[in-house]
Design a protein around this ligand. Structure first.
Ligand SMILES: O=C(CO)[C@H](O)[C@H](O)COP(=O)(O)O
Length: 219
């Protein structure tokens, strides 16, 4: 087993301590969250709200009831991974392409706990990992030109369609000195459905797995 998978399993195990019996849990997407999903049968959940079809399928395969966010109101807790996290607990997400639904579930939750291994820790977002931007298919070329004007290098994620039928522009080279301002600027481009900067919906708590153990950072 790789060291990184071991760290993902450790941080997933640590997250169990925050999940209460009888909860409706918001469940993220990705390989770290997959480690958590495998452990969820240990908890007596009332149900879950899934942040992607992939996650929904995995939860249902374990017999966990997946509920429609529109009918459950505010969630107590959302748990998800991230592609990058900075010291303010702001994130880049969307490597798996589920950013829009992930942001919706995060926004609808009282608390967002983010699970990462230490490879995800950065001082400034977007220097290495591109910002995934979900775009209406018809606006792809227009949005790409606006991103270039902002100094970005958008790369069309080929052979990928989101759960909502849209496309993704993975955008490199953005100078994200203020994650909040950048998130809002990207949202202002006509045709953008959602962007992978999670500043308005940043993590409240970060569990970070290191070779020395799992550390907790609180906002
Ligand atoms: O945002 C995401 C999916 O859209 C994931 O949380 C992110 O890509 C991290 O994934 P992993 O746990 O596999 O490293």
């Amino acid at each position: 087993m790789s060291q990184q998978l071991k760290l993902k399993q450790e941080v997933a195990k640590a997250a169990l301590a925050y999940i209460d019996d009888g909860m409706i849990l918001g469940v993220g997407t990705g390989s770290t969250v997959n480690c958590l999903i495998e452990l969820l049968p240990q908890v007596n959940l009332k149900g879950a709200v899934a942040s992607s079809q992939v996650t929904q399928d995995k939860l249902e395969a374990l017999g966990i009831e997946v509920m429609d966010l529109n009918y459950v109101g505010e969630l107590d807790l959302y748990i998800d991974g991230a592609d990058e996290v900075n010291p303010n607990l702001q994130l880049i997400k969307g490597g798996g392409g589920a950013l829009t639904r992930e942001k919706i579930v995060a926004a609808a939750s009282k608390q967002f706990i983010c699970l990462v291994d230490e490879s995800k820790w950065v001082t400034q977002l977007g220097r290495e990992f591109p910002v995934p931007i979900e775009v209406l298919p018809q606006a792809r070329s227009y949005v790409a030109r606006q991103l270039v004007k902002m100094g970005g290098e958008p790369v069309y994620r080929e052979d990928f369609i989101t759960d909502y039928g849209n496309v993704i522009l993975d955008t490199y080279n953005l100078d994200i000195t203020s994650a909040s301002e950048f998130e809002a600027r990207l949202n202002n481009i006509v045709g953008v459905v959602c962007n992978g900067i999670f500043a308005a919906n940043q993590a409240d708590k970060l569990l970070i797995a290191k070779s020395t153990g799992v550390e907790t950072l609180q906002r």
